[in-house]
Design a protein around this ligand. Sequence first.
Ligand SMILES: *Cc1c(COP(=O)(O)O)cnc(C)c1O
Length: 386
Amino acid sequence: MTTSPANAYPYRLRLPGPIAIPERIRQATARPIVNHRGPEMRAVLGEIQQLIRPLFGTNGPVLTFGTSGTGVMEASLVNVLAPGEKVLALAHGQFGDRYVQIARALGAEVDVIESEWGWAPDPAIVADRLAKADYRAVITVHNESSTGAVTDLAAIGALLRQRDTLFLVDSISGLGGMELRQDAWGVDIVVTGSQKALMCPPGLAFASVSDKARAVIMREDRCPRFYLDMRKALAGVDANETAFTCPVSLLFGMQEALRIIHEEGLPQVFARHERLSRALRAGCVALGLPAFGDPACASRTVVVASVPEPLTAGAIVKHMYETYNTVVAGARNKLNGRVLRIGTMGQISEADILSDLHYLELSLRALGHPVPSQGCGVAAAIAALA
Ligand SMILES: *Cc1c(COP(=O)(O)O)cnc(C)c1O
């Protein structure tokens, strides 16, 4: 340890992922290891398969991979592309840029529709581009964690239904915290990771596959692939087996996380994320940190607040950590210094966001930022919750 933040304060992990793990889930991950191909593990994988499909909004198979989220972003591309094929990328933030980088690394010819950071891709521009060229796939990010903008997947999916083009979506920070209806919206592959709204430790990831995507995945002429080969994963999915040794402990955690989500009820989980994100955003605005981006497409799993000059997000992050043992995020991209990001995903409550706002106010004051009145952030959040 190089720093020792105020010992009087409990450690509060308030990032937009990884997030704090509920105790029930943490304990599940500590269970004894079982045979990764035995009946105990097949029962776990089978239950996860049944419980996770409603979060994707699909009746199709959901594949399990031992990787971080970026690994399944790559899996979604390496299984459907051949080098030289065309991809249309809708990029509006750091993770959309990463999707572009992966596609280019695999040899795809990538056209990018870049929308302003904080705003969602415009389906009309996508329709226009689709009329001019044929693409193997359209790729985008459902919930752009770097800016807090949510993409209208239904509108874009509707443009692709009658085409051969596949629709690939990164919902790593969205799935489990906000509605996703893969089958109804015409999404072909959705990828997600364990450490965001799914409330588990990092290192486990999932990818769902439509029939339309499966037909392309099964072709022999795709990119060279081995560990992330979805043909291998699909071969075992009905038998509740993974191609390689699965992350047993993380899957114990995921089984418990999904049980918790369904005990609360999916609509209730989504409503809680919506309500708490809205209240935290209102609190930040009251403290003089305006919401970043287009309010019409604001995320429910992350609150992104603008930081007015001469203040910097880095100074707030440092003060929140060193003084209140509370970990929030800045940006590691062109918004560096200018936005503060706080996660509103997982098993959080009103108490969590009110604590965030209380410590944020104290930090802002300590850094010389004029706060309109004492407690105004907390008050605005309470008003929004009422
Ligand atoms: C967190 C995140 C990722 C990256 O996932 P890793 O687990 O760090 O590889 C990708 N996309 C989005 C939208 C994310 O929020």
